[in-house]
Ligand binder design. Structure first.
Ligand code: NAD
Length: 402
């Protein structure tokens, strides 16, 4: 099939298998070029491992520390004339590269929120690895079914208390306009916390702990975002911010649960980057376009892979994690540097449709977005027929996940 991008709103409904493979290979090359992480993790479980920060975490662990990895994700193979999802092809490519490097890699495709997949993953750890010494929690989902009650929760991206009006970028047209988002109503906050809060992270770690599959000195990390004040009403102080506060609450709970093992739970605050999850947040794409321009000009721009490599290499496994006053790891430090924020803030006031190309990096935003789906990568022949039916090796070898 010849595959080209089909963009609907803030998602692309097609993905290019070879482009995704190149995206994965490029990330592996970044990690390898930085050398081995001394004392890095050796057996790693990544929950949400197929795209964005989770995929990069898996790559950073495998190719920075020669770690065996188990990945959990929710993706779709090709069906009829529909391509598979980017995360499907990323995972296929990751496993192929891991096998070529002699690294263990096994994947589970199913609902990470369910008890069934937790049971399957624990059985796999017992059978193949014995224990894991690092658990990365990197889910981003609009929905969660509570495994105990069966209740379905939906997360929303809304301000709290009052409506929020600010500049916004229509990423399809390049028009800078204004958006007004109505405040959370009813049980929006509770619903969002139930999906994107720390509940499920705790379920995972407690289940792994109870099964005895966490190694002495285990570390676990979940990801958060804070960002600048212009985005606070929709992010930090909005419904998603409440969920992230809950993740921080659970971090402290897990710290206590892991203490007998000499383990540690972390929240890592990461940089704003174009991912499938972040492109759905109003206001954020305009902020990211301005941010990319400033950070690229200053030579401090990083993508998910550089962020995750730095998280492992310079923080979690460096002997010097440099937590902030709230105990969080901050790899958003370069984004939040005053020199960066001052310039972004100034340009935020000035930016409009006409000067966006000059003040921001909308081209960079768009190309990053397309790369998420395997488009626009160097060396890939997009005119050629490509096999969209490729499978994820370990999934083909095992019975389907729940
Ligand atoms: P993403 O959309 O790229 O990745 C989400 C992952 O979760 C994918 O692997 C997907 O398959 C998996 N997933 C979703 N629902 C699932 C389910 N029910 N079962 C199994 N797997 C499921 O998102 P991302 O931007 O990498 O976000 C990951 C984390 O990083 C989130 O906690 C997010 O808040 C945080 N974060 C993101 C940014 C950013 O700018 N993108 C910044 C800081 C922190």
């Amino acid at each position: 099939m010849i595959v080209s991008p089909k963009i609907r709103g803030f998602i692309c409904t097609t993905a290019h298998p070879e482009g995704c493979a190149k995206h994965v290979a490029d990330q592996i090359a970044v990690v390898k070029s930085r050398g081995v992480v001394a004392n890095g993790p050796k057996k790693v479980l990544v929950i949400g491992s197929s795209t964005g920060y989770g995929l990069s975490s898996r790559i950073a662990a495998a190719f920075g520390s020669n770690a065996a990895t188990i990945g959990v994700f929710f993706e779709r193979a090709a069906e009829g004339n529909r391509t598979g999802t980017a995360g499907w092809y990323n995972s296929a490519a990751f496993e192929k590269e891991a096998a070529a490097a002699g690294l263990y890699a096994r994947s589970f495709n199913g609902d990470a929120f369910s008890d069934a997949i937790k049971t399957e993953v624990i059985a796999a750890i017992k059978a193949d690895l014995g224990q894991v010494d690092c658990v990365v929690y990197s889910l981003a989902s609009p929905r969660r079914t509570d495994p105990k009650s069966g209740q379905v929760y939906n997360s929303v991206l809304k301000p709290i208390g009052e409506s929020y009006t600010n500049k916004n970028l229509n990423t399809n047209t390049g028009v800078v306009n204004e958006v007004t988002i109505e405040p959370a109503a009813g049980d929006d906050i509770e619903q969002t916390v139930a999906v994107m809060g720390g509940d499920d992270w705790q379920f995972w770690i407690d289940a792994l702990l109870e099964a005895g599959v966490l190694a002495q000195g285990v570390q676990t990390v979940a990801y958060s975002y804070i960002g600048p004040e212009v985005t606070w009403p929709i992010y930090k102080n909005g419904t998603i911010g409440r969920a992230k506060e809950d993740v921080e609450r659970v971090q402290k709970v897990l710290d206590a649960h892991l203490a007998p093992l000499g383990g540690k739970a972390w929240v890592s605050v990461n940089k704003a980057l174009v991912t499938q999850a972040s492109s759905a947040i109003p206001v954020v794409p305009l902020y990211i376009s301005l941010l990319y321009k400033v950070m690229k000009d200053q030579g401090t721009h990083e993508d998910c892979i550089e962020q995750m490599d730095r998280l492992f290499r310079d923080r979690m496994y460096s002997g010097s994690p440099q937590p902030d006053e709230a105990g969080r790891i901050r790899v958003d430090d370069w984004e939040m540097a005053p020199a960066v924020q001052e310039l972004v803030g100034q340009r935020w006031q000035e930016v409009n449709t006409e000067n966006l190309a000059e003040l921001g990096d909308f081209e960079g935003y768009k190309s990053s977005f397309l790369r998420l789906f395997g488009f626009g990568l160097e060396g890939v022949n997009y005119e050629a027929d490509t096999d969209v039916t490729i499978g994820v090796p370990s999934l083909a070898a095992a019975p389907a996940a729940a």
